[in-house]
Design a protein around this ligand. Structure first.
Ligand SMILES: Cc1ncc(COP(=O)(O)O)c(C=O)c1O
Length: 400
């Protein structure tokens, strides 16, 4: 006799919410953003990821074996390999619980071979750039603004990215693109020639951009039109993969950065972003990106701001900020994460793993932030039903 089906404790059916922007018809447009972007901070070069842009910045600054680069103790693992690639040593400095750079700690780590200070504008909230620029000038340090979370924004009347000797950005976090990083400078030379990454990469980037949109129900007409060719491509792809040897499989068609990996492959340095990624940067509706991200932030703040056991990481969204995610500081994050995970609610735990050796001794605040911050998506491509569901599920997970 068949066993009775177990009682389902799962919540009702829900839309799948894309963690990052996916392509839709509304992605394109000519809306003028109320905030400048990092592209307005200087001249730009379009590469495949933020970490490649960081590698290029360090190379252009002459960082070499024996030098040291100051990185925040609260960091993405992908920020460290570009420093090692130059043969340099990463020195991790403290940030406060408000994510502000602890300049006393930075000062204590200075030395003759310390060349560069990398500063991250976490979650899209600009650091105090006037103070940081003055500090770097006083100590003969180069400043690299890490705008990976902060493609749009301004501080003291200037675009983010304009204070650094170089700025780097990770366009995949703000645009529905498969690849993309930007190196910017107003005052320093940029990599003079970037090479195209090849036809296979261009095709992969284009198809992946479309397929991610299709997977979330965007562009249904185009999806119907392309269903048969995409299915044929899938079959062909699997057959090819079966035939290729291991060495051939290792020579990846796309960088790890495009598939959420933290690895850095020097083979992608000096390679240009895909055509579709560059096109999206030029043609995306920047006004919609900034307006919707700010509005969605306010919505999440209203939904989650007053709940017990947590608080928004930042007391308020400054007028000059365009958020990447909505970061919430949670007292007891593990049970909350378990519930979110069971319900399929996408949440980012930025820096949940820190570089080996970076522990509370290197910055108790960074260790606490890496454990306690849960960050919810708020990108411009979230539909009303998805955002409403996200707010409702997040509330239920935080105050069960
Ligand atoms: C703060 C920060 N800097 C740099 C990077 C590197 O960006 P990318 O993933 O585009 O290489 C990341 C990636 O998540 C990041 O979070």
């Amino acid at each position: 006799m068949p066993l009775p089906a177990p009682l389902s404790l799962a919540p009702p059916a829900h839309p799948r919410v894309p963690l990052a922007p996916v392509l839709s018809r509304a992605s394109f447009g000519r809306g003028r953003a109320s905030l400048p972007s990092v592209l307005e901070a200087g001249e730009a070069r379009f590469v495949t990821s933020g970490r490649v842009a960081l590698a290029l910045a360090l190379r252009a600054l002459g960082v070499e074996a024996g030098d040291a680069v100051l990185l925040p103790a609260y960091h993405s693992l992908s920020m460290v390999p570009p420093v090692l690639w130059r043969g340099a040593t990463p020195l991790f400095y403290r940030v406060g619980m408000d994510t502000a750079v602890d300049l006393d700690d930075v000062a204590a780590r200075l030395g003759p071979r310390v060349k560069v200070l990398v500063v991250t504008h976490y979650f899209g909230f600009p650091q105090d750039l006037v103070r940081l620029r003055a500090f770097c000038d006083a100590h003969g340090l180069a400043l690299v603004e890490d705008c990976a979370h902060c493609f749009f924004g301004e501080h003291a009347g200037r675009p983010v990215g304009a204070f650094g000797d170089y700025a780097i950005a990770s366009s995949m976090k703000f645009f529905p693109a498969y690849d993309g990083g930007v190196l910017v400078s107003r005052t320093r030379p940029l990599a003079s020639r970037l090479r195209p990454a090849g036809a296979a990469f261009e095709i992969k980037a284009l198809l992946n951009t479309l397929e991610r949109g299709f997977a979330y129900g965007r562009l249904p007409l185009l999806h119907a039109l392309l269903a048969a060719p995409l299915a044929a491509k899938g079959l062909l792809w699997n057959a090819l993969k079966g035939r290729r040897g291991e060495a051939a499989q290792a020579a990846a068609l796309a960088p790890a950065s495009s598939d959420s990996g933290v690895e850095f492959d020097p083979a992608w340095v000096d390679k240009r972003a895909s055509w579709i990624a560059r096109r999206l940067l030029r043609r995306a509706d920047a006004g919609r990106i900034v307006t919707r991200r700010r509005a969605n932030y306010a919505r999440l703040e209203r939904a989650l701001g007053g709940l017990p056991g947590c608080r928004p990481l930042f007391a308020q969204l400054p007028a000059g900020a365009c958020p990447w995610l909505f970061p919430l500081l949670v007292d007891d994050p593990e049970p909350v994460c378990a519930r979110l995970d069971a319900w399929g609610v996408p949440v980012t735990r930025f820096a949940s793993t820190l570089w080996p050796g970076v522990d509370a001794a290197a910055g108790a605040e960074s260790a606490a932030l890496s454990r306690r911050v849960l960050a919810f998506p708020l990108h411009q491509e979230l539909r009303e039903d998805e955002l409403a569901w996200l707010c409702e599920r997040a509330r239920a997970a935080l105050a069960p």
